[in-house]
Structures are given as C-alpha cells and as structure tokens.
Design a protein around this ligand. Structure first.
Ligand SMILES: [Zn+2]
Ligand SMILES: [Zn+2]
Length: 120
C-alpha cells in the first residue's frame, strides 16, 4: 500500500499493490471468509465489523478488506477498483504525481516528458 495521487479522484489516496488488490477482489467475490482469513493471518482479534455500509451489500467485504489493509474507510467500491498501483504509471520525476497509465510517457500535470511527443 502506498499513498499516491489519483487522477480520477483528484487527490491522494491509498493505492494497493497487486497482492492487496487481489485480496480486495477475493473479498468481493467470496465474502466474509476471505476477510476472516486475513484477520487471522494478521492476528487481529479486535476487528469491529461495519455496522452499516453506505453501498450495496455485495461490496461489503471488499470495503472491509480495503479498510483492513489501509486503515481507511472508503465508501465507494468503484474507487477501490481503480486504486491499484499497477494501473498507473511510474511517478513523474518532476512533480511526483504518477503517470496516468503504465505506458504513458509524459506527465499531464507538469508537462514533464512532453518534448518527446513532438519528435518521432
Ligand atoms: Zn481514484
Ligand atoms: Zn509531472
């Protein structure tokens, strides 16, 4: 997990690495038992389950998993689904915001690397 700027949310968010992202997806598909397994693995005994969530029941355990990993409650499951570090590019050497995609070669925020776009 790493805090990074997200272009879609327009703010810094907790981004997941591929393993963490996989856990969230598994929790989404397979529910409570995946979260319970992870709690056990991390030896967390005082986990307080969400009393009420503001979204569809089907996403409940994905939100639980995201909170377990990042310590933060994200109420929007669609946000979690794009907060995967590998969906973004490397950090801009100039302004430190990540490139929008792994294939991007310039930074839309500060323009770093855009001189490469004009020459072929
Ligand atoms: Zn985002
Ligand atoms: Zn930049």
């Amino acid at each position: 997990m790493e805090e990074k700027f997200c272009w879609r949310c327009d703010m810094k968010v907790k981004m997941l690495d591929d393993d963490e992202f996989k856990l969230c997806r598994e929790a989404w598909f397979h529910g409570k038992k995946v979260v319970e397994k992870e709690l056990e693995k991390r030896n967390i005994k005082d986990h307080v389950w969400f009393y009420k969530i503001e979204t569809f029941e089907q996403y409940r355990y994905m939100l639980e998993m995201y909170r377990l990993i990042t310590g933060e409650y994200e109420s929007n499951p669609m946000a979690i689904l794009h907060h995967q570090i590998s969906q973004f590019g490397k950090d801009c050497p100039n302004c430190k915001k990540p490139f929008r995609t792994p294939k991007a070669t310039y930074c839309p925020s500060c323009g770093y690397g855009s001189e490469n776009l004009t020459k072929i």
